[in-house]
Each structure stands twice: as C-alpha cells, then as structure tokens.
Write a protein that binds this ligand. Structure first.
Ligand SMILES: [Zn+2]
Length: 153
C-alpha cells in the first residue's frame, strides 16, 4: 500500500523521533480477535516494513464465508487423545500474557474481550503467575576454605 504523502511524512518523523512505537505482535492485545495473528515482512533493499493484522482481515472474511468456518467449543489434547471442554489452568513458567488472560476470561464468562479488558485492566494482581519448573541452580562460594552452596531466590 502506498501511503498518502502527508501520512508518510508523519510516519517517518515518528520513526526518526523514536515515537513510532512497537511492532505489532500476536500478544499485544491490539484488537479483540481471539487468535491474534500478525504478518510481518521487512526488507533492507526496499527500506520498507509491512505489518498486517491477519486476524482482523480473516475476521471479516469469516463473515463473508461462514460456510467455510467451523468452531468447536473444545480443545483436542493430542497427548491424551481426548477433548477438553474447560479452559486449562495456566501452567507456564512465566506469567500468563495479559492478552491470553483476557481471552480466557472472555471464554469462561461468555463475555466480549473488550468488556473483560475494561474490567480487568486494573486487576492485574488476579492474573495467573508463572510457576518455575526447575529448582534454581545453587551458587557455590568458598568461605574460609570451604565450598558452600547458596540458593538464590
Ligand atoms: Zn485482530
């Protein structure tokens, strides 16, 4: 897409001023799509970066072609070979991404992502935290000729 010249000037000014912001990513919560998907292509020989919110475009396509869209209200667990119908509790080592938390709450409460985001933006203390799976490696230090293990937490 060719940008209008004033828009192009504004974007380039923001780039050089460092105020352009971040690239879109699939956990940026920048739209209400359940599965955020971003296409990104960048090329130094063209001095151009193209970002596309594929999820938002697909959402419009789904409306045009509902006969080609199928949503199953369950997750197929490939290991156990069974369908899971309740959202699984967060088990990641890092904190649950806000974007995923909002969408899980949306599913659990049968409300829109937009609604959930408004209600839970100020309730981050409720967001599931990461659970490190490995014990931390002890640090050995030598104290008066003896090696002593110290666990750093
Ligand atoms: Zn989207």
């Amino acid at each position: 897409m060719i940008l209008e010249s004033q828009v192009k000037v504004d974007v380039l000014s923001a780039l050089f001023a460092g105020t352009f912001g971040e690239f879109w990513d699939c956990q940026d919560d920048g739209c209400d799509c359940i599965y955020q998907r971003i296409g990104m292509w960048t090329n130094p020989y063209l001095a151009e970066t193209l970002e596309v919110r594929m999820c938002c475009i697909w959402a419009d396509l789904y409306k045009q072609y509902p006969q080609f869209v199928r949503v199953t209200p369950a997750y197929k667990d490939g290991n156990k070979r069974e369908w899971v119908t309740e959202p699984t509790e967060w088990s990641g080592e890092s904190d649950m991404p806000k974007s995923l938390w909002y969408r899980q709450l949306s599913r659990q409460q049968n409300r829109s992502v937009e609604d959930i985001r408004v209600e839970y933006a100020e309730k981050d203390e409720l967001r599931p935290r990461g659970k490190p799976k490995r014990e931390p490696m002890p640090l050995f230090v030598r104290v008066e000729g003896e090696w002593v293990a110290i666990n750093l937490r």
